[in-house]
Write a protein that binds this ligand. Structure first.
Ligand SMILES: Cc1ncc(C[n+]2csc(CCOP(=O)(O)OP(=O)(O)O)c2C)c(N)n1
Ligand SMILES: [Mg+2]
Length: 682
């Protein structure tokens, strides 16, 4: 690509068409965000028409550059480029912007509109996802093609992000950008839309720092693109800046691009009013006059402009063909890697995966976090695409792949760095960790996990929610799962967390009772390819016989001696041992008692009714739940006359075993509750 941008009248007309269509689309539905979609039109058109290597005929091409619209409210910025490039959106879809069932919902939704790489809308997530996508690009190229010179592998590509003031104000981007600097992500290019406006007007009410100095301190290359005198983005300067960004393969680049929101709207440009509301018929008519469009016409796009823009399809196919020649050469020269690539992309597991987990002896005592760590390490031996890390708690979360080396760039001064290392050091940045692993997961190659204490899951919740909404395979390793963690006290003891995270749709919350359940849980999570949180104990727990029905979410741990229970005790995690102890006592007292271990509600409710009824027979109404957390999620399971041994308040700083006793997690208390529910059901 030449250093000088070739940008002709038709390109300029394409940009102006984008501005007009954005204003019309918001006007038609009566709501949405026109201003930024108008002012960003030159930047987005430049990226899609001249910069990015992409093939609209094959949106999943692994060699493509990725585009993330972190400023998700400006969804028209993306939709209009997808329309113009020929990804499948047509003018009709733009006309139905934000309407029920359309392909152009309010914010870009992953899996809904072809060409949308991640769901964006919660500001900051997209940029933090992009950091993950750039990390994934490096991991992937190192996995498949580590000997290739920088930029020479078919797996090398760039990740482009557009983010606004809001994204850069959000803390998650500071966390992620700081890590991106440490990681030397030369394949990451951020276009920061510096328009000085957010919803409450001028950003000087809340955002006055020198953003580029901050990014310079993070270790990024920082570039600045001033406005054109007429008020539009200076497209030639932006083009040159992007070339500079690409030339630096050791650092991520931020290009601060001055723009005027809503330009060239005569009265509303450069105001908060242009951000998130219809500009109104009069203003839009004037915009059209200024730009040389017919003020009487709506959704005006000339065939010439559309044909011109869609030429990118041909260019994309050519680029794809050229890439494919390189890719085929790589396949021939790396047959084993090519087989690995085929295995992973077809969604298969190697045969060894089935037996790739450890098994523990019944009766021993193992913390489930320790069992998870051992399981991670055995799985890592058979799945090279499996990697992850922790937010500075690797030793406690047991997340490190032994001998895996640290994922860090060439030249890092850290211990054991490797650009394809399998251990990610996220630093104490839980929120960014959540967003980054979302970004890694959408790449489709990596099987990725991130760990912290369960109580700090709250620091990553914004990312967990979007990951769950996208329904992508990320695994959260959440250890230190209850008051059982002990002396660190109530700040560190999750109480409401199981309830709070079970409340997130699509997210599978798995709390294994012992080491063997933990191993099956890991296998199940990886096979399911869904977002999952593994909730693990700090303290040792008694080991029971391995039972593959863990994958069904709940199973009979101990059957009533008579074979037909009068009472069911349901428990998860560290409380299953109490259920087992109570059942022994109750059986001795003549109460036929079944113990159900229920590590995952979501897996259980996905089973057919017959299975569910076989575990929790509807006619057995005397039920007790035991879980060191709120009773709330158990009400539906134990029913009106059931009982819950639960925790309805914060914990305290003391020995974990002491706290369990103090707060009623004892065999005697479970037995007492059991007798109550039997009585209540008489
Ligand atoms: C986490 C989060 N908080 C709040 C919002 C609501 N919101 C949407 S856009 C916006 C202002 C964004 O300002 P900026 O990024 O400068 O966008 P511009 O107005 O320049 O388009 C806000 C507060 C959001 N989408 N996400
Ligand atoms: Mg702004």
């Amino acid at each position: 690509m030449s250093d000088q941008l070739e940008w002709n009248d038709l390109d300029r007309r394409t940009v102006d068409t984008v501005r007009v269509l954005a204003a019309d689309a918001v006007h038609r539905v009566g709501n949405g965000h026109p201003g930024t979609a108008m002012s960003l039109a030159p930047a987005a058109t430049l990226l899609f028409q001249r910069i990015m290597r992409h093939d609209p005929s094959d949106p999943n091409w692994v060699g493509r550059d990725r585009f993330v619209l972190s400023a998700g409210h400006s969804s028209l910025t993306l939709y209009l480029q997808l329309f113009l490039s020929g990804y499948g959106l047509e003018l009709e879809d733009i006309e139905h912007f934000r309407q029920a069932g359309s392909l152009t919902p309010g914010h870009p939704e992953y899996g809904h509109t072809v060409g949308v790489e991640v769901t964006t809308g919660p500001l900051g997530q997209g940029l933090a996802n992009a950091v993950g996508m750039a990390m994934d690009a490096r991991y992937t190229r190192e996995l498949f093609d580590s000997a290739a010179a920088p930029g020479e592998s078919p797996f090398d590509h760039h990740v482009y992000v557009i983010a606004g003031d809001g994204c850069l104000e959000e803390g998650v981007t500071s966390e992620a950008s700081s890590l991106a600097g440490t990681q030397g992500l030369g394949n990451l290019i951020l276009i920061y839309d510096d328009n000085h406006i957010s919803i409450e007007g001028n950003t000087n009410v809340a955002f006055t720092e020198d953003v580029l100095k901050r990014y310079e301190a993070y270790g990024w290359q920082t570039l600045d693109v001033e406005l054109e005198p007429n008020g539009s983005i200076d497209i030639n300067a932006l083009y040159s800046a992007i070339q500079e960004a690409k030339a630096d393969d050791k650092r991520p680049t931020i290009i601060k691009v001055r723009s005027i929101i809503g330009w060239p709207a005569p009265t509303l440009q450069n105001t908060g009013k242009a951000h998130g509301a219809d500009l109104g018929a009069d203003e839009i008519a004037k915009i059209k006059e200024i730009l040389g469009f017919d003020p009487e016409k709506e959704f005006e796009i000339s065939q010439e402009v559309l044909d011109h823009a869609r030429e990118v399809k041909g260019r994309g196919q050519e680029a794809h063909q050229a890439w494919k020649a390189d890719f085929d050469k790589w396949r021939e020269s790396h047959p084993e890697k090519a087989a690995l690539f085929d295995r992973i992309t077809s969604g298969e597991f190697p045969a060894e995966f089935d037996s790739a987990v450890p098994e523990w002896e019944t009766g021993s005592s193992v913390a489930t976090r320790v069992a998870s760590g051992e399981t991670i390490n055995t799985i890592a031996k058979v799945l090279p695409e499996f990697w992850g890390g922790s937010a500075d708690l690797a030793g406690s979360n047991n997340t490190s792949i032994e001998g895996g080396l640290s994922f860090l760039p060439e030249g890092s001064k850290a211990d054991n760095p490797s650009p394809g290392g399998r251990i990610i050091h996220f630093g104490i940045r839980e929120h960014a960790m959540g967003s980054i692993i979302n970004g890694i997961a959408v790449g489709g190659i990596s099987k990725i996990y991130g760990g912290t204490f369960f109580t700090f899951a709250d620091y990553m919740r914004g990312a967990v929610r979007v990951g769950s909404l996208m329904d992508i395979p990320v695994t959260y390793v959440w250890t230190h799962d209850s008051i059982g963690l002990g002396e660190d006290g109530p700040t560190h003891q999750p109480v409401e967390h199981l309830t709070a995270y079970r409340a997130i749709p699509n997210l599978h919350i798995v709390r294994p009772a012992d080491a063997n359940e933990t191993a099956v849980a890991w296998q199940t999570i990886l096979r399911n390819q869904k977002p999952a949180g593994l909730v693990l104990s700090r303290q040792g727990l008694p080991v029971y016989d391995k039972n593959e029905d863990v994958a069904k979410g709940a199973y009979v741990r101990v059957e009533a001696s008579s074979g037909s229970p009068e009472l069911i005790i349901v428990a998860t995690g560290s409380e299953v041992q109490l259920a087992v102890g109570a059942a022994e006592q109750l059986e001795a007292d003549g109460v036929p008692t079944r113990v159900v271990s229920m590590p995952c509600f979501e897996w259980f409710y996905a089973q057919d009714q017959a299975y569910q009824d076989s575990i929790l027979p509807p006619d057995v109404k005397a039920r007790v739940s035991v879980e060191a957390g709120l009773a709330e999620p158990w009400r539906a399971i134990v029913g009106d006359n059931g009982r819950s041994v639960s925790l309805e308040h914060y914990g305290a700083s003391a020995d974990g075993a002491y706290l369990m006793k103090e707060f009623g997690f004892t065999v005697d208390n479970v037995v007492a509750k059991a007798k109550e529910t039997i009585e209540a059901n008489k």
